[in-house]
Ligand binder design. Sequence first.
Ligand SMILES: [Zn+2]
Ligand SMILES: [Zn+2]
Length: 439
Amino acid sequence: MLIPGIIPEKEPVLRVGIILPGDNKKSVSLKIRNQKTCLFYIDDKETALPLGGVLNIIVSGNGLKISSVENSLEIQNIKLVQQNQDDFILVEKVIAGRGFHWLKEIPVKLPHTIEISLKDNFLMLINELPLETYLACVATSEMGAECPENYIEAQTIVARSWMLANVEQKHVQLGFDVCNDDCCQRYQGVNNLTDKAREGAFKSSGLVLMYEDKICDARYSKSCGGVMEKFENLWENKPLPYMQNLPDAEIPFEVDLSREEEMEKWVKETPKTFCSPHYIPEKHLKKYLGNVDESGHYFRWTIKVSQKELITNLNDKLGLNAASVISIIPLKRGGSGRLLKLGIKYKNKRNEFMSAVIEKDYEVRRVLHKDFLFSSAIIIEEIKNEQSLIPEAFIFRGAGWGHGAGLCQIGALGMALNGFGVKEIVSHYYPGSELVKIY
Ligand SMILES: [Zn+2]
Ligand SMILES: [Zn+2]
């Protein structure tokens, strides 16, 4: 496991949670590609691998059993060590998109070491692998066939820095560093691992962003919308000098999107920033970024939410007893226009006037949409029938995707496509940071 605050002197080994106790799995099937070079341990004792190379493991009583082996005893843990670095074990039905509407089960091919144990009566599967292999796999899932090299390298440096700064530690109590999903970073084993991604990791191996002897907590998101957000506006109230409100542009300009009038105007325009269609037409994003959302609009977008939908979201997610929403009022914005405080006026089911306040960008995004609003940098319009106080629907006009702090993936891609180097890209998004090779 990584230790926060410790800068590794050689390539660390990372533990990635693949099947989590919360996935409620009682069985898993593994297919071992190269049985000759795979070591097999049951309850920490090396054992001969069952013939056939397929292991079906189930929860049984207070332990695990290998159901594909006759009279299998109850065991506590299983470990498989692949000695050849190109080998993989195929694991069927791994969850991707936990907690989202697009949740699905996919097969993944996992390299290096696999550990299976029992946690809270459900299966837990952890993949242990060298950090650089993990980073190449992560970059692969963020990338299309024509992705420029400078972008891959910059993205890999940022992912490595975030990983090693290791500030969040969301899963430390379960004994792994990161999970396999968007909650941490999307990892699907070596499924689509390309030579290009391997090369991107290899070329930048051990390079991280540092600020005053510490590895940068290099957060990143899909699109800032034109201005980057400050760290302290999104997370703890602790400013990070390298994550400020800055225009994502070649020629700097002044704009204060915490002011309502400026934000109004901003969202309706297409300013010339790196993430805008001036640098990269959105219809070309797919060939560079691979998994692109169907709507394909990241820089500026519009969605309509009906009165009924909004009430359902508010009542489900905040436990309100709303019967109708009268208005949604921006109360405080960050410099990128992201909403840090939002007021809601509504009538409850007893026909009384009520109000609620939502705080933090994350919470605004969670509450306003049934899945998750692309970004909280929105302006709100009401669709009203003249006789009624109650709007029929709300229109959200938004800028960007994600929290908008640190590297803006589409902006970094825009920079790479327009001839900017790796160093220029990372220092644009994390100003004042230094690129240092730690191993
Ligand atoms: Zn996670
Ligand atoms: Zn941007």
